[in-house]
Design a protein around this ligand. Sequence first.
Ligand code: CP
Ligand code: NVA
Length: 302
Amino acid sequence: MKHLLSIESLHPQNITRFVDSAVNLKTRRGRHEHQPLEGQTWALIFSKSSTRTRVSFEVGIRELGGNSLFLSTNDIHLGRGEPIEDTARVLGRMIHGAVIRTGSQKHVEDFAELANIPTINALTDDEHPCQILADLLTIREKLGGWDDRKIAFVGDGFSNMTRTWCWAAKLLGFEFVIASPAAFQPPADFLARLEAPNVSVTDDPALAVAGADVIYTDVWLSMGQEDQKEKEAQFSSYQVNAALLKNAADGHIVLHCLPAYRGKEISGDILELHADTIFQQAENRLHAQKAVMARLANDRAV
Ligand code: CP
Ligand code: NVA
């Protein structure tokens, strides 16, 4: 595998392999004999804020023997109009891998093609594949796996997170239900392209959560939408709280990719009740991404 640009483009076996490898790397943290990034410099090119993604990649690169270089797009010429194509062709001659957070999925794909070095999508408007790998690792740890599980997503039904979950559900076959106001549900052309009978959409959060093993939420306003207060107002009955979870499956878990806004998409008491799982999920970003980088570096070397 050359890059990790989306979950949509993966084979199901690759997802399982990443999760297996992340389990192994997590167990052996601090005792890695193999340093697949030894002598390498990987750049993080970010045009959006980040706590978890930035830190987990920078730490992960070092733990695999490499050096990291954080490049905010405000600090490089990309932020003042130098084309992504030129940036890619320059950086591709200097660095060994790239981790990109930006809006446009096409920019990440163009960079990967022109830089010709392992490239990882660290969040675009279309997908957040690294987050999903960490989420699946958490589900494996907490519930033993995702087969025959029902996963409910409550909130913005067509954000980068929901889109990525849709592709994961299609590839892995678990039941995935999105509860979202009608205006924020996945459009018909996306669902037609997805072609996944195990993915369904409703505007009734109670229906989605009934019998669910995993209840997932994310911010109502994604990065860049902060001024869309009128959007937020439409989500008031889509909060993950104790009343909503009443009919979830016994032993259910609550996941949140973070950052969380208590009192909005999740109540403060539910976040704290499930904090062990949610912060384990955040930690799992490190292990999942190490698995991705190790695989890309190894595949590049052969
Ligand atoms: N979940 C996630 O990607 O967090 P950051 O925005 O802090 O990186
Ligand atoms: N949907 C959120 C995810 C943050 C990790 C955003 O794009 O801001």
